[in-house]
Design a protein around this ligand. Structure first.
Ligand code: FAQ
Length: 311
């Protein structure tokens, strides 16, 4: 019986069909999905902070409205993804506690500070750009609820990427000071953006199994290469450069060669030692504690409604 279930699972995955919440799945598959989707959800929620920092100081009503909409989308993505983990039996409150107690990870990228308004544009262009590059293949991930969540999320990420690029185009048409701000921001975010794809394949502990289960559809290095190939022409059109002396077109490979990020810095940030890690978690913890009364009120309301229905 167990063998039959396992065989059916393997066949479904190999046929590129979807595993659904009520289907049998190996414990490791369930565990890996909860880990990855929770990390993704936490990233969306923590990811609201770097840009949220600029909402009250956006330079115009238009920019403020766009930024507000983007940050609200990120909240929506986080909630949507937490719902996907619930279909696997995870508990949202438990995941939030694991995040604020440092027992679960979120993307390294959100531990860097947003120093100028150009950072809002560069986050849209490069950070959302990297997110799209990583997430479009996840629309074909083997777990149904995650794949479907990714379709909607990617559509919204495209808007995020476009607004960032358009913001930067506007700044590049402005004063020399504005152009310098954009270049400075690109210099600071380029390497952290490349780190978003995870460690090199040779150091990636989860890739092999996640690829076999078709949770991941490409390796970290494959996606990083795709992102570099995609970003270089966009940088040229914008009129900025990337801070990588090894970046050049390789005619033979038909791809760009590029240097490696500082992987020691990456691991330091992942382990909690980045510039903003403590601040991000403290902020999230405070928001969770301040919101306790809302959760209690919602639960009391739901209980009352249930009682009314029972009468
Ligand atoms: N940061 O074996 P692998 C967004 C960990 S986009 C921190 O290669 P895996 C949108 C990894 O968890 C950002 N930790 O891992 C947005 C593992 O540790 P563990 C979120 C990292 O899972 C834009 C260890 O290193 N996107 O939020 C990172 O196979 C703008 C070994 O690594 C997603 O989460 C990292 N960068 O591959 C929002 C996409 N990289 O768990 C606001 C879905 C690796 O074993 C503003 N996730 N680690 O203890 C994925 O595609 C994968 O999980 C990877 C990592 C590719 C991120």
């Amino acid at each position: 019986m167990a063998d039959d279930l396992e065989l059916r699972f393997e066949r479904t995955v190999q046929a590129d069909a979807r595993i659904e919440p009520r289907d049998w799945m190996p414990d490791g598959y369930r565990k890996t999905l909860i880990r990855q989707i929770a990390q993704h959800a936490h990233s969306e929620i923590i990811g609201m902070q770097p840009e949220g920092n600029w909402i009250s100081r956006a330079p115009s009503l238009r920019r403020k409205a766009i930024l507000l909409a983007k940050v609200q989308d990120e909240a929506g993505h986080g909630l949507y993804l937490y719902s996907a983990t619930e279909t696997l039996g995870a508990d949202r409150e438990d995941l939030t506690l694991k995040l604020i107690e440092g027992r679960q990870k979120y993307s390294s990228i959100f531990n860097y500070p947003t120093l100028t308004f150009a950072d809002v544009g560069v986050i849209g262009w490069l950070v959302d750009g990297a997110a799209i590059c990583n997430q479009v293949p996840l629309c074909r991930t083997s777990y149904g609820p995650y794949a479907r969540a990714m379709i909607r999320i990617c559509k919204e990420e495209s808007f995020h990427q476009r607004q960032g690029y358009e913001l930067l185009m506007t700044m590049m048409r402005g004063t020399q000071q504005q152009r310098d701000m954009v270049q400075d921001s690109v210099n600071r975010w380029w390497w952290p953006a490349l780190m978003m794809f995870g460690p090199p394949d040779s150091e990636s502990t989860n890739t092999e199994q996640s690829m076999a289960w078709r949770i991941k559809r490409d390796t970290n290095d494959e996606l990083r290469q795709k992102f570099v190939n995609m970003s270089v022409p966009q940088a040229e059109a914008l009129g900025v450069t990337f801070p990588d002396p090894e970046l050049r077109w390789n005619e033979e490979r038909g791809q760009y060669d590029f240097g490696q990020p500082d992987w020691d810095e990456f691991w330091q940030v992942v382990k909690g030692g980045g510039v903003c890690n403590a601040q991000r978690i403290a902020h999230r913890r405070k928001a969770h504690e301040d919101g306790a009364w809302v959760r209690e009120a919602a639960a009391a309301h739901a209980q009352k409604q249930a009682q009314k229905q029972a009468v």
